[in-house]
Write a protein that binds this ligand. Structure first.
Ligand SMILES: [Zn+2]
Length: 397
């Protein structure tokens, strides 16, 4: 692999320097570096950050490139679930094609790592997984994709789903997903015992969607903590959304956050504007790992989200009332190193020896680059340029 020398970049907004990349890793940064035969990129004074991490999305759901989807469903969770399951077939949502479009759009916008949930249900079986596995293979070296086998339509309410999750884990899904054990299955013990049992059997982690609000969500969270302790799964469980941590009863949430910290349970947020959300500064101050994601993008659920983690940093910042430059940078942290910590990415960062996963942003300061938002000038994955000016270099079908 040819060396890459990037001239005139500013790591995290610091003074301009050059960066030499060899065999996919950062060798050093300094002034007036040279390397015989290296490919050279002039960053023009752009700010370098480690690659953006999309830590909660659904690559198998998007209708990107398929025309406008007229949504007649509204905001009822069960209705949205049932609608999507039916519409997948009617619209012809091809998981391989659509996940490729979605993932490459993220790459153009500076993303180097993705954690995606993939629907597993008794109507569609493992079709979603097979499509996303195809995309993961095709994009190897362009973006790293981690897959959560996700029982979107429920688990104990739809007999046969647990066996499909079992098969999905055997076929290459990296984690077991779950969904509102009380709200959807109305069987918290059955739901959680099943997903923790599968995680234990396959030696894999868990990332569970928990939309349940207030005391109900807190109850489910306590059951998750019980099982994390009982199975010795410290550091291998994540809770996505965790809306209950945004409830006003601070004494209850404080105790929950302390218990989550004790078991090193990670939190993933979308900064959902319409819901109570876990407070970024409280979660980070308690020492929890916290990442962020755009969730579903242009799908049958809603038309709002964009495949853009800089945009997501701004949404998370606004939802958390983050205004100072330091706080805006904290929102960026959640969308970069925070997500990387949740995904267990090793050798992440801008130091010597780190894997050269980078996004170069226009801007005079780091806070300005986040607040005013792109387009990302250059995306680099393990020393290879994968995106330029907000566009992926590889074309999607
Ligand atoms: Zn989700």
């Amino acid at each position: 692999m040819t060396d890459l020398l990037i001239r005139n970049l500013r790591p995290m907004g610091a003074s301009a320097c050059d960066m030499l990349i060899r065999d996919g890793r950062i060798v050093r940064t300094g002034t007036e570096l040279s390397a015989d035969g290296a490919d050279i990129e002039d960053a023009g004074g752009a700010i370098a950050i480690p690659g953006l991490v999309e830590a909660h999305t659904h690559l198998d759901k998007t209708v990107m490139g398929m025309g406008w989807y007229e949504n007649t469903v509204g905001a009822d969770l069960q209705a949205m679930i049932d609608n999507e399951r039916a519409e997948r077939r009617r619209l012809g949502i091809d998981p391989a094609r659509q996940s490729m479009r979605h993932a490459l759009a993220l790459v153009g916008n500076g993303t180097t790592h993705i954690r995606t949930h993939v629907d597993i249900d008794t109507d569609h079986g493992l079709a979603g997984l097979e499509g996303v596995l195809e995309t993961r293979e095709a994009l190897r070296g362009i973006v790293d994709i981690e897959i959560v086998a996700f029982p979107q339509s429920g688990l104990t309410v739809r007999p046969g789903t647990a066996a499909l999750l079992d098969e999905a884990l055997a076929q290459g899904a990296d984690l077991v997903g779950g969904l509102d054990p009380c709200g959807i299955d109305r069987d918290p013990k059955g739901h959680l015992d099943t997903i923790f049992g599968l995680a234990d059997k396959h030696g894999k982690g868990i990332d569970i969607h928990l939309h349940e609000p207030g005391a109900l969500g807190a109850f489910s969270m306590e059951l998750i903590l019980d099982r994390t302790r009982a199975l010795g799964m410290k550091g291998r469980v994540a809770i996505s959304h965790a809306f209950c941590l945004g409830m006003p009863d601070w004494q209850r949430t404080e105790a929950l956050i302390a218990a989550l910290a004790e078991e090193d349970v990670a939190i993933l947020t979308t900064g959902a504007p319409s819901r109570e959300v876990p407070a970024v500064k409280r979660i980070l101050a308690a020492g929890l790992r916290m990442g962020a994601g755009c969730d579903g993008v242009l799908d049958t659920w809603n038309p709002w989200n964009r495949p853009d983690m800089l945009d997501r940093a701004r949404i998370v910042a606004q939802r958390n009332n983050l205004r100072s430059d330091a706080d805006v940078i904290a929102a960026l942290h959640v969308c970069t190193a925070g997500g990387a910590a949740v995904m267990g990415v090793t050798d992440y960062g801008l130091g010597p020896g780190s894997v050269a996963d980078l996004a170069l942003l226009p801007g005079t300061t780091l806070a300005e680059a986040v607040a005013t938002g792109g387009p990302v000038a250059l995306t680099v994955k393990a020393g290879r340029v994968t995106g330029r000016n907000g566009r992926p270099l590889r074309e999607a079908a």
